[in-house]
Design a protein around this ligand. Structure first.
Ligand code: AMP
Ligand code: MG
Length: 337
């Protein structure tokens, strides 16, 4: 299949909307990561997303809207807490799980009784949705690999597999949206992202953090969010997290690092490590770390790195999202120093 590369100008977005309306699939920029979009109300079109990504059919998709009035087409209930969160954080990097309406095809919800909904803030995504329909869109990467935050990442994974790619420059947040379920009480955080659990609690009170955010699923444990049971975000290199202060981190790597290894480091470590370094931001700047993480993981593949060492991130604020992605990239391997 030939993949059309489109710009973000009005004419090209209109072309992309026509592809969607005809049942095709298009990669679009959002403020979190690039998404791979199809008409959310067309089950046959949505199926193509799973095929292009190699995504297991039991992993449901997020539906993206461009106007709050579209919510009532998608959900049976819109509880007061969801309204508060929508007022506060939409448009933006927050996904809410709610009881689904009968309009949602089984392909989108993977047979669950709920649907995940998000109102993104990226102007190209909003224009595309308003010219076509609500869009089901997971991240536009091959299943299992780091999510795409630049148009180059999307081209690397999706050229020849999808109808079109809209070039919208680099994504701002860099990690996928925060996912919270309001289909149960108290609400539960299923995936951390750019909207922090501290912000959610400030808005609606109690929010439980699902154990799968920071821990591997126990043998036989059912995932509250099906996506959490799959290997994720992994580059070809083996990722090893080191938990300890800066001095121990540097000493461990300078003693144990081998040729062909590299480090995802903080800016403060630069010049002190004897392996190739890919800086992901300052130690305290978790937003920059989130912004750069997936690019840095993909860079290790480009360089043919075998093992990559990284700091075990802080779990505060956006750090929880960085931690959640890093421990999955590392297959939960952490060396305590
Ligand atoms: P992605 O599409 O890659 O951004 O991943 C979307 C995440 O949201 C995955 O972890 C899904 O399993 C999760 N998700 C989507 N819909 C639901 C739902 N109805 N209930 C629980 N988790 C969901
Ligand atoms: Mg994904």
């Amino acid at each position: 299949m030939e993949t059309l590369i489109l710009s973000s100008d009005n004419e090209d977005i209109r072309t992309a909307a026509n592809i969607i309306k005809a049942g095709g699939i298009v990669a679009m920029p959002t403020e979190t990561v690039y998404g791979l979009a199809a008409d959310a109300l067309n089950g046959k079109a949505v199926r193509k997303i799973f095929q292009a990504k190699g995504r297991p059919m039991d992993n449901p998709l997020i539906v993206h809207i461009s106007d709050i009035s579209q919510i009532h087409l998608l959900v049976r209930e819109f509880p007061r807490k969801a309204e508060i969160l929508a007022d506060r954080f939409w448009p933006g990097p927050l996904t809410m799980i709610l009881p689904k309406s009968d309009k949602i095809p089984d392909e989108v919800s993977a047979g669950l009784d709920t649907v995940a909904v998000r109102f993104p803030s990226h102007p190209s995504a909003l224009r595309l949705i308003s010219l076509s329909s609500p869009l089901a869109a997971p991240s536009a990467n091959l299943s299992g690999s780091p999510s795409p935050t630049t148009v180059r990442h999307v081209c690397d994974d999706m050229t020849g597999r999808i109808d079109a790619i809209i070039d919208g420059g680099d994504c701002d947040v860099g990690v996928e949206s925060t996912v919270i379920t309001l289909a149960q009480e108290p609400p539960r955080l299923l995936r951390p992202g750019g909207i922090t659990v501290e912000q959610l609690r400030e808005a609606i009170g109690e929010v439980i953090i699902d154990s799968a955010v920071t821990e591997p699923l126990a043998e036989g444990q059912k995932a509250a969010s099906p996506g959490m049971k799959y290997k994720h975000y992994a580059p070809d290199a083996e990722v090893i997290l080191l938990d300890g202060d800066a001095e121990k981190f540097i000493e461990y790597i300078n003693t144990n690092g081998k040729d062909g290894d590299a480090v995802l480091c903080y800016n403060e470590d630069l010049g002190r490590l004897r392996l190739p370094c890919i800086p992901i931001g300052s130690e305290k700047d978790t937003e920059t770390q989130a912004h750069r993480l997936f690019s840095a993981l993909r860079e290790t593949d480009r360089l043919g790195i075998k093992q990559v060492y990284a700091h075990c991130p802080s779990k505060e604020g956006v750090g929880l999202a960085v931690y959640n992605r890093m421990i999955r990239a590392a297959g939960f391997k952490i060396i305590r120093l």
